[in-house]
Design a protein around this ligand. Structure first.
Ligand code: NAP
Ligand code: GCO
Length: 256
């Protein structure tokens, strides 16, 4: 039965990695608007504090914890401190991610490692640290931010595409291991969304015009387009949704 609370998150604590800007900031805002207490995260403390202050000024319940998701020990320590100092994490959104664009043949080893570490290793580190606490409570929601590049490639995106394809399958594997213990694990696959990460593409009229024509919705995505999907997957409305990648892409993955 649908009631006033089905899509609400009141009384729940959410950790959103990489939420000082871009998609993560929007997802944090959306979860908080649905009633959650949200913990923001990023490496740059000044950027993180500015976002915390902005969302707080909107009347939202947000706190901030700066840590690098690629540092397994630092991330685990931060998660344990959150559980001890703030409370049980009910919702984890693994959002932090980067790209390094170069043709495969020109890619530098450091570029490869940076993308692998941020976009894939970190979900193992943070996901394991948080789920170990969730397992003691036999409840939790984990949402991994995938991409249309979980399904499709384009020139110069090899490491990013590899990580997002792997993250699609990691999401299914995490659901397989964790869902029997009350933890739902799903993914969101955004299309092309205007953020710092895609600014160079937004500013390229040739690419932008191609993308708009390639997208059935005939526009770039906005970060606000993703908020509802995150609230849905975090809420009781998605109690029987597991191992699913919800594409929010204007139809990019539906058409040639
Ligand atoms: P963005 O605007 O560049 O924001 C990235 C955020 O992650 C920032 O808050 C950044 O803050 C943080 N971050 C980066 N590395 C981190 C680390 N090692 N530890 C902790 N925080 C870190 O990127 P975005 O476009 O919002 O992308 C967010 C996620 O959505 C990524 O996983 C991306 O792959 C995915 N995605 C994006 C699009 C798109 O079109 N934009 C589409 C599909 C999927 P600091 O630099 O201060 O740490
Ligand atoms: C690119 C973009 C994509 C987007 C996004 C698309 O270079 O094609 O950066 O990778 O970031 O993941 O969904």
């Amino acid at each position: 039965m649908i009631n006033a609370n089905t899509f609400r998150l009141d009384g729940r604590i959410a950790l959103v990695t990489g939420s000082s800007a871009g998609i993560g900031k929007a997802l944090a805002r959306g979860l908080a608007q649905a009633g959650a207490s949200v913990i923001l995260n990023g490496r740059d403390r000044h950027k993180l504090e500015a976002t915390r202050a902005q969302l707080t000024s909107e009347g939202l319940a947000v706190q901030a914890r700066a840590f690098d998701v690629t540092d397994a020990d630092n991330a685990a320590t931060a998660v344990d401190a959150i559980e001890r100092e703030i409370g049980a994490i009910d919702i984890l959104i693994n959002n932090a991610g980067i790209t390094r664009r170069a043709p495969f043949q020109d890619l530098q080893r450091e570029q490869w490692r940076e993308v692998m570490s941020t976009n894939l290793d970190s979900i193992f580190y943070v996901g394991q640290a948080v789920s170990r606490h969730m397992l003691t409570r036999k409840r939790g929601r984990i949402i991994n931010i995938c991409s249309v590049m979980s399904e499709l490639a384009r020139p110069t995106t090899a490491p990013y595409t590899a990580t997002k394809g792997a993250l699609k399958m990691l999401t299914k594997a995490m659901a397989t291991d964790l869902s029997p213990h009350g933890i739902n694990v799903n993914g969101i696959g955004p299309g092309y969304i205007k953020t710092e990460l895609t600014q160079a593409l937004v500013d390229d009229p040739t690419f932008s015009n191609w993308l708009i024509a390639r997208t059935p919705s005939r526009r770039w995505g906005e970060v606000e387009d993703l908020m509802g999907a995150a609230v849905f997957l975090a809420s009781d409305a998605a109690n029987f949704v597991n191992g699913h990648i919800l594409y929010v892409d204007g139809g990019v993955t539906a058409t040639l």
